[in-house]
Design a protein around this ligand. Sequence first.
Ligand SMILES: [Zn+2]
Ligand SMILES: [Zn+2]
Length: 147
Amino acid sequence: MIINPFNAGANWRWDNFRLREVQCHCDKAKEEGKPVGVRYPGCKVVLVDSRLLDFLQAVRTASGQPLSLSCAYRCPMHNEAVGGKPETTALPGKGSQHLYGLAADIKRRNLPDDFGTALDILVGSQGGFHEYDWGWHVDLRGTRSRW
Ligand SMILES: [Zn+2]
Ligand SMILES: [Zn+2]
């Protein structure tokens, strides 16, 4: 199910996450002086898949660690501005999973060193995982992906 601002109120069941954490961060990027989608500055659009929220909440609950998300859903303009893989008409569904509300970037912050290893295992064959200096990308694209 795709959670959007109109149905979020009735369906929200993720105690440790808020809608604003998973909405497009065009506005945050603008505040930080980073590139934003020029046509939609501060769009705040949210179209996040409930499966992603279920996964994040399960990780939060199992680990007992608060998760700080640098990004989840990205509108196409913001995705382009941050260098995300665009959606292509030739291969629908093949662009950045952030475009489909199926990906989140989790900040490393104060999380334990082995947190990434655990995330990798938890994502398993459900989707993608990649470790960055700042943290980890996870997505639930439906097939295993590592890069
Ligand atoms: Zn946006
Ligand atoms: Zn990502």
